[in-house]
Design a protein around this ligand. Structure first.
Ligand code: UD1
Length: 453
């Protein structure tokens, strides 16, 4: 078992991470910054979304499975990508981040030997960091990974990750905030997840591709980002079938050379695309959102259509037209293909200006309510009843000084500001930069008035 001191020896301070990141991507260093939104202003024009945060971070982790140079295209310029780059560098890789905002590529060069230690200081800043556990075990037979951080919306355990890995022969213990895991030889097995966890499915997939024999993951997550990872791994030489379904079957490849580095373009970000649709729902106007697969947005678009948004899709673009106040609706967050939990704050902001009483029922994360008080400051009429949020829409919100508590809630406050009278200031903009590239510039290209201070 690797020793704790080994991990402690590579601990990295938060400030060090931020300065490394700022050196790579200067405009992303938004600590202490705010978004200033002057509303109300209708939106008009086209906006392109980049690749999905929740895919690219896992693809970056998957590169650890095989030595060589990978090119990942359509990468969003967001701080979580910078953090994952720092994590891969700590493990021994060379990472070059993209320089353009849309469609840029990042290069990961993975050496013959990696250091299977994911240090605190980087790992505890974002949830996807736990995804290096599976590939490090597959590559090295051992891993020491600090417990992950990320958005704070209640407990986010990793028990399903560890129970699934145990079925593949992995022994793991958690000591002083680090998971220490090792395995003599990964061996295929049948894993039935209690819940279709995105992260657990992905970690198990990345371990199972190098296991001896066949692994079946039952009740697997079906999110498009999981399917993107399956595609990436299969291009590398893995043998995964059932991608996009609730049962994944993985025939392990038993020697390292069977996996090779690849080029891949990240699937479009359906959550960011939904953010722009919610924005036009609040601000009114007509926009075209490009760069996203309309099938990944089907349930949401159906609901928005029911609310009165004129919505049509063509290829990888979605046109949305809103000429007046939308009608309220009831939403329920569910694993894919249901309405994603990440959309909850955006939908609450949308319903805050819709006509009538609407609700959003949260079925995944117990405490995803931290933006409600800020929306109330803007005049929204919101009641929390257990895991339901009930919203009585107002004709117009009013500007206020509010604080972004996490990525999507921060974006929700920004788009609420588009429909509010006056100047809304959303502080703690660094949360938003974790998941949105150029949100202010992109909204401005649609005619909004958003600046950073
Ligand atoms: C990912 C996304 C996140 C999204 C979520 C659900 C990334 C980086 N993040 O998070 O944006 O909101 O999927 O679509 O991709 N659970 C356990 N034990 C576990 C794992 C999960 O109890 O071992 C529970 C969680 O607490 C939660 C539910 O399962 O209630 C779903 O979590 P999961 O799908 O694993 O979310 P993440 O992968 O963390």
């Amino acid at each position: 078992m690797p020793q704790m001191t080994r991990a402690a020896g590579v601990m990295v301070a938060d400030s060090q991470v931020m300065s490394l990141l700022a050196a790579d991507v200067p405009e992303l260093d938004l600590a202490g910054h705010s978004f200033v939104v002057r509303g109300p202003s209708p939106l008009e024009g086209a906006v392109e979304v980049s690749g999905a945060k929740n895919s690219v971070l896992k693809l970056m982790a998957a590169t650890l499975l095989a030595e060589g140079a990978y090119r990942i295209a359509n990468v969003p310029r967001i701080t979580d990508v910078g953090l994952m780059a720092e994590l891969l560098r700590a493990i021994g890789c060379k990472v070059t981040l993209p320089s353009r905002s849309v469609g840029g590529s990042l290069i990961v060069e993975v050496p013959a030997e990696i250091e299977p230690v994911a240090p605190s200081g980087i790992v505890d800043q974002f949830r996807a960091s736990i995804e290096v556990l599976g590939p490090m075990l597959a590559r090295c037979g051992e891993a020491v990974v600090a417990l992950p951080g990320g958005d704070d919306f209640g407990p986010r355990p990793i028990d399903m990750h560890l129970q699934g890995l145990a079925k593949l022969g992995v022994e793991a213990e958690t000591v002083d905030g680090y998971v220490h895991a090792r395995v003599q030889e990964l061996t295929g097995g049948t894993i039935r997840l209690d819940f279709p966890s995105v992260g657990a499915t992905e970690n198990l997939l990345m371990a199972a591709v190098r296991a001896r024999g066949t692994t079946v993951i039952d009740n697997a997550a079906r999110e498009p980002e999981v399917a993107d990872l399956c595609e990436f791994l299969n291009k590398m030489g893995a043998q995964i079938s059932g991608s996009g379904s609730g049962t994944l079957t993985i025939n392990g490849v038993d020697h390292a050379e069977a996996l090779q580095p690849v080029d891949h373009s990240v699937v479009g970000d359906r959550i960011v695309a939904a953010t722009y649709l919610a924005a036009v729902g609040i601000a009114t106007g007509e926009i075209v959102v490009t760069g996203v697969d309309r099938d990944h947005m089907a349930v949401l678009c159906g609901k928005l259509g029911d609310m009165g948004m004129e919505i049509s899709a063509d290829g990888d673009s979605i046109r949305a037209c809103v000429s007046g106040r939308l009608s309220s609706a009831k939403f329920s967050t569910l694993p894919y293909p249901g309405v994603a939990t990440d959309l909850k704050p955006l939908l609450v902001a949308l319903l805050a200006t819709a006509d009538g009483v609407g609700s959003v029922t949260e079925n995944l994360f117990a405490e995803r309510f931290r933006y409600v008080d800020d929306l109330r400051l803007m005049g929204a009429d919101i009641r929390i009843d257990s895991h339901h949020v009930v919203i009585e829409g107002k004709e117009r919100l009013s500007a206020a000084k509010v604080k972004a508590p996490d990525i999507r809630a921060g974006a929700a406050l920004v788009i609420a500001g588009l429909g509010a009278e006056g100047e809304t200031v959303v502080s703690d903009a660094h949360h938003i930069a974790r998941g949105y590239d150029d949100l202010a510039a992109k909204l401005n290209s649609l005619g909004a008035d958003v600046s950073r201070s």
